[in-house]
Structures are given as structure tokens and as C-alpha cells.
Ligand binder design. Structure first.
Ligand SMILES: Nc1nc2c(ncn2[C@@H]2O[C@H](COP(=O)(O)OP(=O)(O)OP(=O)(O)O)[C@@H](O)[C@H]2O)c(=O)[nH]1
Length: 602
């Protein structure tokens, strides 16, 4: 039976990581009988292996559900999932743009966290109806009244009628389903208008090419239609349309309010960008849907194959991954130390780690990765402005008028006991205090302006450890500012190792130079000969250490006898070797390239 357009509800669940979004989504799927019991075993919405292992949601998904409401009518729900990490904010905002409403899930014991707030703002920007759900009321530490107050004070929405739920125990789920019906409006587009469909995610499938996840906002789409991507102007012919129930089911047509998928022999996700609007080539819409943004990488690093023979494999791996990820950027890079590789750009550190892991796992290529760096803006004495994403390419001081670096506005939410430690970390990381508000008598929201490069280095880890894990953190780019920055080079055995160069604030240079010289001394295994380590700025050596020559063979520790032990040790040694790179006469392990990330300023 066809369901009336006014009975369609498109919604998302927004929540801070771990507040129970996936569990709640499962309960909703269960109640609407979307899944068989076998399928229920796996949390359905988190599909990729990596996601499951890391317990986070990377890719969005959309599921169609049928719900028989208490008023006797049948409703069609589209539940659109959103990724839960700051690297993917833009994808979250586009998936929210596909909805008219959102369930705001807040953990009853934790209260509002930085990411909750960030996502609520995205939802409010998209004019969504927000239904607050206070989850985990079964926990002994649950404090519903406090959380309600927080929602009212901080977000400014009425929390009187917040739904009290326990996704774990299945409490409150019926009320949630009813409130979706009564509170969230139906999509407002018209099927007779020129077609506009929002792409809110797209992924690459080796058989079908790109699968675009779309929400039809105006008009309709049919199999065979000639479509046009409004941002790229490329045209394609629709080969398949459908919805997820949650298994994909093909349809001849998708119309206003429908959320589903489209394939059209699109070879590259770059041709179906998240946020773009699909229209019909014959009768194009005049204006695309608002909010399209091209994503630019924030963090760069070098990726080099451990075995130089794998260079072409690495290129192929990146080509394949790029098909699926239009925000991944790469270009060939040659390092004197590491040979041929690629300089790659990522949305953030998590994105970077995911790509590295996929290359190693799915393509079986062992990598040496260099420390991540942000993009610096360098104004030369000639007034030319250049972007530097590779520290080793920083021009010499005498040619530089000014170096500017990206700053972010960081929002940190934390129990008030930790205000001191949080401010101390922010100050140490060259942060400028912006604001502090009390969320209630026990919790505060602290805002700092901090250089992105300091966040890239171990900021979040420090924040977590100094606040016993209580701090939550979110940031957005706030612009470029001039800073007194210099390039530090590292010399091993008298040779500059370009892949170890990094950019540092002049005030910290001496201290970090000393730290890194010490650290490299410990990380780089002893060689047959003594290796001096030097940290330099320009021609000036600011720190040095020495890696002593090797004395003993590893096996000599085994005292003869136990052959299995000996084999194990040899295997371990081999294992350790894999992630080494011979640079000149010195073997450098992977960890050495990351050591700059562990610098601190104590
Ligand atoms: N006690 C209790 N635990 C819950 C409840 N809902 C979820 N949890 C648990 O909280 C943890 C996080 O739940 P998830 O559903 O994975 O959280 P999430 O928000 O989807 O997390 P991300 O996918 O990382 O964004 C899991 O261990 C759940 O079992 C609840 O109502 N009560």
C-alpha cells in the first residue's frame, strides 16, 4: 500500500560518541521490524570493519522503515545515520540537511558534551525539529533533572517533554516513535517542481561504480533519466534507484521525500560530491540546494612504502581510495631520506589514521608515514604568498616576511574541578582564552583559540589524561594568524633527514629540539657505528645526542639452549625490521617519524 506523502518522516539521530546512538537506532529498527533476528546480531548502521573495531561511525547510511502509528495510519520513516567525529562535520551537516527532524540523544549520566552541542548547532542551522531524548536512565548515575536543565540552559530548547529512555532496556522507544510522527513535519517539496536531490553521501562499489545516497527534495527521478550534477555540471544516465529496507530494494522512481540510493555508471565519487544537487539534464532546476561546500584537507603527511618496489601499488591503492573518498588528496613526493612516496591531505587525524590503516590492511602495503603537518601560509619578501604543507619545503628565513598558521576555536566541556588543568594545557599549547560559561554548578564550557598544529600534536590525549577522561572537545577552523615559527631540521650522521623536519614556534624550539634529539637517540636502534643526532635551525645546532655503536648481537642473550625462544626472538626482530627504512647508512624505525607528535612543553 502506498503511503501518503504527508506521512513521510525523515530524521537523524544526533549524539555525542557513546551516548547510545547506534543502540537506539537498533531498537527503532527492531520495533519497526526492519530486520530479521540474524541481522539484528550486528549493529546494522555501523557497517565497515574499521568502524566496528573503533566503535565509531564513519559512513552515513539511510534506512527506510514502516511504522503503524497509534492514530491508525501507516508512516514511512527514513532514518539517516550520521558520523560521530569532528573530522566529518560536513558530512553530518549534509545528512542533517536531508532531514526535517532529529532525535537529540543525551546520556543521562554524562549530560551535554562538546560534540552534542556542535551537532545540535548543525541541526538548528538546518531548521530541524529537535526531539530531546535522555538515554541511559537505567544507569545509577543518571540525573535526569540536571540534564534537562542543561539542555534548556545550553541549547535553549524546551526539555520539559524530553523523552526518558534506556536504549539498552528498550524503555521509551514507543514514545520516540510516536513523537517522530507528531513532532517532525513531512518533507515540504513538490513532485511537480524541477528535480532537486541532495547527495548526502556517496561510496564506491567495484561492481556498480559510485552509489550516491540521496534525498529527493523537489520533483522526482526515474531509472533512465539523464541527470546533471549541479556543481560539476557532469551528466549521467540513472541506471538504478532504490531504498534501503535496510537491504537495498530497487525502485523505478524516487520522488519528493524519498531517501535512498542512485547509481548511474559514475566512476569516481569526485563526480558525485557530498552536498551537490542532482537535477534533470532536460529540465534543470534554477538553483542548487543550499550549503554545498568543497572540503579541503586540514592535515598533511607523507606516505612512503617500506619496500620501494611497492611504490606503484601504493599509487594504485590511493587511486582506489580516492574513488571512494573525495576529500582525500595526494600527490607524488620525493624525499631524499625516504625515496618515492606521496604527500597526502586529510580532513583530520582520524581520517588520516583510517586511510593509513586501509592501505595496510586492504592493499597489504607497509608504510612509513611522516608526522602530520598543517598548511602554513608563507608571505615571502617578494610579497608572494605560498602554502606550505610539507615542513621540509619551508623557504629559508631570509626570504620570509611572515609565516601564518591556521587557528581553531576549541570548545572544551569539563567538570569545573578541572578548569585549572584545562586552562594550563590550552595556555601551554599557545591558546588564547576566549570565553568560559558555566553549564550548571558543576560543569563548564571553556573556549580557546588554539593553533591547529598544537591540536594535531597530542592535545586531545593530554586533555583526556588531565581530566580523567571527562573532557569532551570539539573545534572549528577560525582563520590564519601570523606566528613566530621556524623550521627545525634533524641531522643523523651529519645528513639532514628531510622527512624529520618540522615547524615549531620559536619559543619552544630549544626545548623541543632537545627533546627530539633525546627521543631519537632512544628510538633509533644502535648501528655498527656511532651516529650523532643534531637538531638545527638554519645553520645553528640547538641540540645534539649520540646513538652509541652496537655492542651485542640479540641472540647472545639466549644463552644457547632454547631453540624456540631463539626463533621467536629472530621473528620479533624481523617483525621490527619491517617498519624500518634505511636512510643513508642509518636504519630509522617508523616511530622516529612520529616522535615529534609526542613532544610536550613541560
Ligand atoms: N546502561 C546503558 N547503556 C547503554 C544504553 N544505550 C547504550 N548503552 C551503551 O553505551 C555504549 C555506547 O553505545 P552506542 O550505541 O554504541 O553509542 P553511539 O552513540 O552509537 O556511539 P558511536 O557509534 O561511537 O557514535 C554501548 O556500550 C551501549 O551498550 C542505555 O540505555 N543504558
Amino acid at each position: 500500500m502506498a503511503i501518503k506523502k504527508e506521512n513521510v518522516r525523515n530524521f537523524s539521530i544526533i549524539a555525542h560518541i557513546d551516548h547510545g546512538k547506534s543502540t537506539l537506532a537498533d531498537r527503532i529498527l527492531e520495533k519497526t521490524k526492519a530486520l530479521t533476528d540474524r541481522e539484528m546480531k550486528e549493529q546494522f548502521l555501523d557497517a565497515m570493519d574499521l568502524e566496528r573495531e573503533r566503535g565509531i561511525t564513519i559512513k552515513l547510511n539511510a534506512v527506510q522503515l514502516k511504522y503503524g502509528a497509534n492514530n491508525g495510519d501507516d508512516y514511512l520513516f527514513h532514518l539517516i545515520d550520521t558520523p560521530g567525529h569532528v573530522d566529518f562535520t560536513y558530512e553530518v551537516s549534509r545528512s542533517l540537511a536531508a532531514c526535517e527532524g532529529a532525535l537529540l540523544v543525551v546520556d543521562a549520566a554524562q549530560g551535554i558534551e562538546a560534540q552534542t552541542l556542535a551537532n545540535v548547532y548543525l541541526a538548528l542551522d538546518n531548521d530541524l525539529e529537535i526531539i530531546p531524548v535522555i538515554n541511559k536512565i537505567d544507569l545509577p548515575g543518571a540525573d535526569v533533572e540536571r540534564v534537562k536543565q542543561e539542555i534548556e540552559d545550553v541549547i535553549g530548547i524546551d526539555a520539559d517533554d524530553a523523552i526518558l529512555a534506556s536504549a539498552k532496556d528498550g524503555v521509551g522507544i514507543d514514545e520516540i516513535l510516536e513523537r517522530i510522527v507528531t513532532d517532525i513535519p513531512a518533507p515540504s517539496g513538490k513532485s511537480e517542481n524541477p528535480t532537486k536531490a541532495l547527495i548526502f553521501d556517496s561510496l564506491y562499489d567495484s561492481y556498480r561504480g559510485v552509489i550516491a545516497y540521496i534525498c529527493v527534495k523537489e520533483g522526482s527521478l526515474k531509472v533512465g533519466d539523464e541527470i546533471k550534477m549541479m556543481q560539476t555540471d557532469k551528466t549521467f544516465q540513472v541506471s538504478d534507484l532504490g531504498v534501503f529496507t535496510p537491504n537495498p530494494v530497487s525502485k523505478e522512481e524516487l520522488t519528493v521525500g524519498d531517501v535512498g540510493f542512485l547509481t548511474a555508471s559514475i566512476k569516481n565519487v569526485g563526480d558525485s560530491r557530498v552536498g551537490d544537487t542532482i537535477t534533470l539534464a532536460k529540465q534543470p532546476a534554477e538553483e542548487p540546494l543550499p550549503g554545498y561546500k568543497r572540503l579541503n584537507p586540514m592535515v598533511y603527511c607523507g606516505l612512503f612504502p617500506v619496500e620501494s618496489d611497492n611504490y606503484n601499488d601504493l599509487r594504485e591503492a590511493l587511486e582506489r581510495l580516492e574513488l571512494n573518498d573525495s576529500s582525500l588528496q595526494y600527490e607524488a613526493e620525493t624525499s631524499q631520506a625516504l625515496g618515492f612516496g606521496f604527500r597526502c591531505g586529510f580532513l583530520g587525524l582520524l581520517h588520516m589514521e583510517i586511510i593509513q590503516e586501509r592501505i595496510e590492511r586492504e592493499f597489504n602495503i607497509e608504510l612509513i608515514t611522516t608526522a602530520p603537518s598543517v598548511i602554513y601560509e608563507v608571505e615571502l619578501t617578494t610579497d608572494e604568498v605560498i602554502n606550505i604543507e610539507n615542513p621540509s619545503l619551508m623557504p629559508e628565513g631570509k626570504n620570509v616576511k611572515e609565516v601564518r598558521e591556521p587557528f581553531v576555536q576549541a570548545t572544551i566541556m569539563v567538570p569545573s574541578d578541572f578548569i585549572g588543568p584545562v586552562m594550563e594545557i590550552c595556555e601551554k599549547k599557545r591558546g588564547n582564552y576566549v570565553d568560559m560559561q558555566y553549564l550548571d554548578e558543576h560543569r563548564v564550557n571553556i573556549v580557546y583559540d588554539i593553533p591547529l598544529s598544537e591540536i594535531v600534536y597530542d592535545f586531545f590525549d593530554q586533555l583526556k589524561s588531565q581530566t580523567k577522561g571527562y573532557a569532551s572537545f570539539d573545534y572549528e577552523l577560525s582563520g590564519y594568524r601570523a606566528s613566530n615559527l621556524v623550521k627545525m631540521d634533524i641531522l643523523l650522521n651529519g645528513e639532514t633527514i628531510d622527512a624529520l623536519s618540522f615547524i615549531v614556534h620559536r619559543d619552544f624550539a630549544f626545548h623541543r629540539g632537545k627533546q627530539i634529539a633525546e627521543k631519537l637517540k632512544d628510538l633509533i636502534p644502535r648501528q655498527q657505528f656511532e651516529v650523532p643526532v643534531q637538531a638545527t635551525i638554519g645553520n645553528k645546532v640547538i641540540a645534539r645526542s649520540t646513538i652509541k655503536a652496537m655492542r651485542k648481537n640479540v641472540l647472545s642473550k639466549c644463552y644457547g639452549g632454547d631453540i624456540s625462544r631463539k626463533r621467536k626472538l629472530l621473528e620479533k626482530q624481523k617483525e621490527g625490521k619491517k617498519r624500518m627504512k634505511m636512510v643513508g647508512k642509518v636504519e630509522i624505525p617508523q616511530e622516529a617519524f612520529m616522535s615529534v607528535l609526542e613532544m610536550n612543553d613541560d
